[in-house]
Design a protein around this ligand. Structure first.
Ligand code: SF4
Ligand code: SF4
Length: 321
């Protein structure tokens, strides 16, 4: 008798769509996936409806792969629904894992975001400024749109999560590894970060470190870089020391500093604070005024250091929000 196929769902919440593209980037593995699994919901590719998921038995799905942060009431509804209907829930990609780039919105108030997006946005025609209404009457029907929350949450702020797959987006080999591990029942302990290690990106980086200190920071286009030397020692921001390895050192290998999308290793409480301490160690000055001047050369430190993990940081959000 043929083995029962895995029952899976993939869902895209507050995210850019890159995680779904990462699944498609597994190329012909998608065909193996179709052999291995019935895809019961995958809004980007399969015509499953929310009501079909709502009608399932609890635990009917073997696995739900949830990408994106929780930013509105629809995201929260689907997070809770998929949690109930799935034996295994995977937070897939930086946004579900740590809040991701949408989580940077936690630095602004809800009314500031609405004003910028719908009222003071130069691409909106004058006189056509409207803010979203959660409830609208059309031809005798009431239409609802999701409620926009005051802040962004990572998935495990809302529901219990079984596994985390980091990355913005996760590398395609991780997608395969996760699905094959589930298919074989070869699962790590609950709560594991899958497809990554407890080493840092620096540990895997081939660039040479010489303990040279710096007197200013550069954006990559402001300097002709030495392709062999550590980027940070050339003054180019790189979060390799504060970031979990597993991506294959994708960014430093192409001349860009690591932005931290795999999150911190397990023994680091706050990725941005860890990054700040690696910067402090490299500044070539003991004069507070000069150090301040060098630090002032950093472009928008909070958005850089917490680019993928503001909701997972000790701060979580601006106290103004
Ligand atoms: S700081 Fe960046 S460039 Fe330097 S060793 Fe670490 S990962 Fe490589
Ligand atoms: S080098 Fe850093 S930012 Fe780039 S993919 Fe790897 S973890 Fe993410």
């Amino acid at each position: 008798m043929a083995e029962k196929k895995l029952q899976i769902a993939l869902y895209w919440a507050a995210a850019c769509g890159g995680c779904d593209v990462a699944v498609l980037d597994t190329n012909e593995f998608i065909l193996d996936l179709a052999q291995l699994a019935d895809i019961r919901l995958w809004p980007i590719a399969v015509d499953g409806k929310y009501k079909d998921v709502e009608a399932m038995q609890d635990g009917e799905l073997d696995v739900a792969i949830f990408n994106g942060a929780v930013r509105n009431s629809e995201n929260e509804h689907l997070a809770k629904l998929l949690r109930r209907k799935s034996k295994i829930l995977v937070a897939f990609g930086s946004c579900a894992h740590m809040g991701g780039i949408p989580g940077l919105a936690n630095l602004a108030r809800k009314d500031e975001i609405i004003t910028r997006a719908y009222l003071n946005n130069p691409s909106i025609e004058p006189g056509n400024q409207k803010t979203p209404c959660p409830e609208t009457q059309v031809n005798g029907f009431t239409l609802h749109i999701p409620q926009f929350y005051k802040r962004v949450y990572k998935l495990n702020d809302i529901v219990d999560v079984d596994y985390y797959v980091p990355g913005c987006p996760p590398a395609p080999h991780q997608v395969k590894a996760v699905l094959l591990a589930i298919a074989k029942g070869d699962l790590p302990p609950k709560g594991a970060v899958v497809g990554a290690s407890e080493l840092t990106v620096c540990d895997d980086c081939r660039r040479k470190k010489t303990e040279k200190k710096i007197r200013r920071f550069y954006r990559p286009y402001e300097i002709i870089q030495d392709p062999e030397r550590c980027l940070l020692e050339q003054g180019i921001l790189c979060m390799g020391a504060a970031t979990r390895s597993g991506c294959g050192v994708r960014c430093p290998d192409t001349g860009q500093g690591c932005r931290g999308c795999y999150g911190p290793t397990a023994n680091v409480v706050d990725q941005g604070a860890k990054f700040l301490s690696s910067l402090a160690a490299i500044i070539d000055s003991k004069d507070p005024a000069e150090i301040q001047e060098i630090i002032n050369g950093l472009p928008d430190f909070a958005s850089f250091a917490y680019r993928f993990g503001m909701p997972a940081s000790l701060l979580q959000r601006s106290l103004r929000t």
